[in-house]
Design a protein around this ligand. Structure first.
Ligand code: AMP
Length: 433
């Protein structure tokens, strides 16, 4: 179905064309007509599926007459998002899709001075993209006019719940008109999300794209088995390959992210970090430098990286194996976007093996094991690294022959027949949420 069959305003179609989109993504063709009809909606889709345009394009279409009418100044659409990075990214998208309209838009989030945000709200903006905490703070101080609000979007609602934003969201929703269209987007449809939709929506339509746990089809997924103490050396080794030119590395901990970055900088690789110990300005600059290519590697934690939209990421490296299956799916969704084939590389230590198998069952496919070419596992395992201690120069893997054998994508991983193994895996830290 072409974009022009969806009923969007011509000025918005022009912007879509300017952006180079040739046809709508599945979530876009699924939700745009429903939003234009005025229905409440639950969109189950991962980041990277085009969901921002899926809600922005029809909202803008419905706002066109209001945007042209300079007499009313109140806010018409409010988008709530879990992180500052995501809010900034949504704003960039909204501005791009509204480039042929005199739209006023503002972002509201903590960690930066509030004065410009207050001024923007007082001056009147059509669309606000906000993190719930700071917005509530400003609303309590009577900033902004929400009495004519027509659209409320809860983006990445699952993550907002995880981050404890529910009380703030409830307060915000109480302060906006009941006569509105409410659109909720989430990567998963959990019980908590269902109760949220009952609380905030009226007879919502459900649009679900793909299987709940299906990672982006275009991403080539690989596993490198490596003992923990060799991970820094392996990462540096892999980065000698210049085709890894825009690399997002995931670290479980903030200080781990800093350590990885320091190590790579020592190797002469331009690296920056994205995590919650960094100031808002540092985070925005890190993203900007990564996007522009000034830094080649960005090391991030899951929350900080949630929803970031950077075109052209060549590789995602799971330096630390993710804690939850959904995090894996989110992480690898950063690459392989918009048809560009990208690689997702996961380092897997002997301790991660059970979790890897649990992940393979969750995503319904095996992941290819690979050995790093030219990386001397035995030599590098000598106790030169502080982490290696008195370790034997073994690579730490049992069942070597089996684990080196590639498992082809698409192949189902058999459920383990052994009862105790099943229990152990299900009871381990790696559980689908
Ligand atoms: P999102 O899921 O909203 O984060 O979007 C993921 C990426 O897909 C963004 O870089 C968008 O610019 C891009 N995108 C959105 N819609 C389309 C489309 N119809 N065709 C091609 N790219 C798109």
């Amino acid at each position: 179905m072409p974009f022009r069959a969806l009923g969007l305003d011509p000025k918005i179609l022009q912007a879509v064309q300017d952006a180079g989109y040739t046809e709508p993504t599945p979530i876009q063709s699924g939700v745009i007509p429903k939003i234009l009809e005025g229905q409440d909606l639950i969109g189950i889709a991962q980041t990277g599926t085009g969901k921002t345009a899926a809600f922005t394009l029809p909202i803008l279409t419905k706002l066109v007459p209001i945007i042209g009418d300079g007499s009313r100044r109140g806010t018409r659409a409010l988008v709530l998002a879990p992180t500052r990075e995501l809010a900034v990214q949504i704003e960039e998208n909204v501005r791009a899709y509204a480039r042929h309209l005199p739209l006023r838009v503002a972002t509201v989030f903590g960690g930066v001075g509030e004065r410009p945000q207050i001024d923007a709200l007082r001056a009147g903006v059509h669309i606000i993209i906000a993190c719930p905490g700071r917005l509530l703070d400003l609303m309590n101080r009577r900033c902004g006019d929400f009495s004519g609000l027509k659209f409320l979007v809860l983006d990445e609602a699952d993550r907002m719940l995880d981050m404890g934003f529910l009380p703030a969201i409830r307060q915000v929703v109480k302060s906006v008109p009941q006569q509105r269209q409410t659109l909720l987007f989430s990567a998963t449809l959990s019980k908590e999300i269902e109760s949220l939709t009952h609380e905030f929506q009226r007879a919502p339509k459900l649009v679900q794209i793909g299987r709940r746990s299906n990672p982006a089809e275009t991403v080539t997924q690989l596993v490198y088995e490596v003992p923990k103490h060799l991970k820094p050396a392996l990462l540096a080794h892999l980065l000698r390959d210049t085709s890894l030119n825009m690399v997002l590395v995931f670290s479980r901990m903030k200080h781990g992210a800093d350590r990885i970055a320091r190590r790579l900088e020592q190797e002469g690789i331009r690296t920056d970090t994205l995590h919650s110990n960094r100031s808002q300005n540092q985070r925005l600059r890190a993203l900007k430098d990564f996007k522009s290519g000034a830094v080649r590697v960005l090391v991030a934690t899951d929350i900080a990286a949630r929803g970031i939209d950077v075109d052209g990421i060549s590789h995602v490296v799971n330096y630390d194996f993710p804690m939850h299956a959904e995090d894996y799916v989110h992480r690898i969704g950063r690459t392989g976007r918009a048809q560009a084939v990208g690689d997702a590389i996961s380092f897997v230590t002997p301790e991660d093996q059970d979790e890897l198998r649990a992940l393979e069952r969750f995503i319904g496919r095996g992941i290819i094991r690979k050995k790093a070419e030219g990386f001397n596992y035995a030599q590098a395992a000598q106790p030169s690294d502080a982490d290696s201690g008195k370790r034997k120069p073994s690579n730490g893997f049992r069942g070597q022959a089996r684990s080196q054998k590639p498992i082809h994508p698409g192949m189902k991983v058999p459920q383990p027949s052994n009862q105790s193994r099943t229990q152990k895996t299900q009871g381990g830290r790696f559980r689908p949420r």
